[in-house]
Design a protein around this ligand. Structure first.
Ligand code: PMT
Length: 408
C-alpha cells in the first residue's frame, strides 16, 4: 500500500461512543498510509476501548490526561497541537462538539484543539435523534462556520437499536476525505502572493490611537488558502485579534505609512497582491511624544490624509501582476465598488456590505461580491472567510492563466 501520508503527523482524537472501536480501524489505516499517528482519548473513550489498543496500533503512548506530562521539555497538548498536520476526531460525540463550539478546554483533546492551527476534521457518531437535535445541529453549524470540516455519519442500524443517521462514517470513507484534503492541487506553486490584513493604528500619543474593527481574519484566511495552494505568501499585518496562519511570512506594522513602506518594498516581486486590510484614510497631523493631558471641555485633533496604498499599487502594477482590492461599504455597494475598482486600477474588487450580519469586520463569515472591469464576477452568499478566500483565489488563478503566466 502506498505511503501517501508519509511525513504527516495526524492527531486522532477519540471520544466516548460505541463507535470508538472503529477509531481503532481508522488508526490502523492511517499508520498503514505512512502517517505518524498520535492518539488522544477522552476519559469517556477509555471506557469503550483500552488505550493499549491505540498504543499498539500507533506505536506511540496514548494521551488521555492533560496533566500526565511524559516529557518535561515540552507541554504535551501544545506540542501535539503544533506538530499536527491534521487533527481528526472519530468518533465525535454530541458532548464533545458542544464543548468545542463553546471553546471549552477541560481535557487533553479540547485544549489541543483550541491550540492547533492544523485543519480539523470531525466525524460525528451518535443516536439518530441526538444527531437531529437542534442543539447538536446548531453546534455543528457554529463549528462549520469556523472552518471545521465534517464527515457526516452514515445511515443504518445503530448500536442503540434505532435505524437512521448517526453511524460513524466508515474508515475507508474517512481516509478518502483525508486524501482530498491533502491533495489540494498546488496551483499557485512558484507564485509570490502579498496580502495585507488587519486594521491600521494611527497614534495620537504613546497610549492612544485611531483604529477600526478589522480582526485580520479575512486577510489571514486568504493567506492560509494561498499557502495551501503552494504559493510563497507574505502577509503585512496591522492590528489583528487573531494570529497569522502557520507557514506564511508575517510582517507586523502599525500605521498606514508603515504598511505602505512594507508593501512597496515587496510589491515588485509579487505575482498577486490582495489588499484586504482596513487602512485608515486619515491620521493625526501630530503624534504627541508624551501622554496628552486634559485641558478644557473639548479637544480638537487635526487629521491629515494618509497615502492610498492600493492606488499606489495600481499605479505601479506591472504586466502579469494581479491586483485585488477590497471595499467595505454600508450603502450603494455596487456603485462604490466599481468606482474604487476603476480609480485604484485593480483587476478585481471584493466588496462587502459590512452592515450585514455575518459579513465584514470581526466575523468568521463574509458575504461578498467580486467585480472586475466588466462587472460582477461572483456573488458569494454567507460562507466562511476561508471559503471566500478559496473562491477568490480560484478567480485570481483563472486571470493568471488567461494572461499566460500561471503554471500550466
Ligand atoms: O479583518 P476582518 O475582521 O476579517 O474584516 C475584513 C474586512 C471587513 C476588513 C475586509 O473584508 C475589508 O473590507 N477590507 C477593506 C477595508 C477597507 O479599508 O475598505 P475601503 O473601502 O476603505 O478601502 C478600499 C481599498 O483601499 C481596500 O483594499 C483598502 O485596503 C485600500 N486602502 C484604503 C485606504 C488607504 N489609505 N489605503 C488603502 O490601500
Amino acid at each position: 500500500m502506498s505511503q501517501w501520508l508519509k511525513g504527516k503527523t495526524v492527531v486522532l482524537g477519540v471520544t466516548g461512543g460505541i463507535a470508538a472501536f472503529k477509531g481503532a480501524a481508522l488508526c490502523s489505516k492511517l499508520v498503514q498510509a505512512g502517517a505518524d499517528v498520535r492518539v488522544v482519548m477522552t476519559a469517556s473513550a477509555v471506557k469503550f476501548i483500552a488505550p493499549m489498543t491505540f498504543q499498539a496500533l500507533s506505536r506511540h503512548a496514548v494521551a488521555v490526561d492533560t496533566f500526565d506530562e511524559q516529557d518535561a521539555s515540552v507541554i504535551a497538548h501544545i506540542d501535539l497541537a503544533d506538530r499536527a498536520d491534521l487533527v481528526i476526531v472519530a468518533p465525535a460525540t454530541a458532548n464533545f462538539m458542544a464543548k468545542l463550539a463553546l471553546g471549552l478546554g477541560d481535557d487533553m483533546l479540547t485544549t489541543l484543539l483550541l491550540a492547533t492551527r492544523a485543519p480539523i476534521v470531525v466525524c460525528p457518531a451518535m443516536n439518530v435523534h441526538m444527531y437531529a437535535n437542534p442543539a447538536v445541529q446548531y453546534n455543528m453549524d457554529t463549528l462549520a462556520k469556523r472552518g471545521i470540516r465534517f464527515i457526516e455519519p452514515g445511515e443504518g442500524q445503530l448500536a442503540c437499536g434505532y435505524v437512521g443517521k448517526g453511524r460513524l462514517a466508515e474508515p475507508e470513507e474517512i481516509m478518502a476525505s483525508i486524501g482530498r484534503l491533502f491533495d489540494t492541487p498546488k496551483l499557485l506553486a512558484g507564485k509570490k502572493v502579498l496580502i495585507t490584513a488587519g486594521g491600521t493604528i494611527e497614534r495620537i500619543d504613546p497610549v492612544r490611537y485611531l483604529t477600526n474593527d478589522s480582526s485580520g481574519k479575512m486577510g489571514f484566511a486568504i493567506a492560509d488558502a494561498a499557502r495551501e495552494l503552494g504559493a510563497d505568501v507574505t502577509v503585512i499585518a496591522a492590528r489583528t485579534s487573531v494570529e497569522p496562519p502557520a507557514g506564511v511570512k508575517a510582517v507586523r506594522v502599525e500605521s498606514a505609512e508603515q504598511m505602505l513602506h512594507a508593501v512597496l518594498e515587496r510589491c515588485a516581486q509579487a505575482d498577486i497582491i490582495i489588499k484586504s486590510a482596513a487602512v485608515a484614510d486619515y491620521r493625526p497631523l501630530e503624534t504627541a511624544d508624551q501622554k496628552i493631558k486634559k485641558h478644557g471641555e473639548t479637544m480638537t485633533i487635526t487629521l491629515v490624509r494618509n497615502p492610498d496604498i492600493l492606488s499606489r499599487l495600481g499605479e505601479l502594477k506591472r504586466p502579469g501582476q494581479v491586483l485585488v482590492g477590497f471595499a467595505a461599504e454600508t450603502e450603494r455597494l455596487e456603485e462604490n465598488a466599481q468606482d474604487k475598482l476603476r480609480r485604484k486600477k485593480c483587476d478585481f474588487l471584493v466588496a462587502n456590505d459590512v452592515s450585514l450580519e455575518g459579513a465584514g469586520f470581526g466575523t468568521d463569515t463574509n458575504i461578498v461580491r467580486i467585480y472586475n472591469e466588466d462587472g460582477l464576477v461572483a456573488d458569494l452568499p454567507q460562507q466562511t472567510k476561508r471559503e471566500v478566500a478559496e473562491k477568490l483565489l480560484a478567480i485570481v488563478y483563472d486571470r493568471l492563466q488567461q494572461e499566460g503566466v500561471a503554471k500550466a
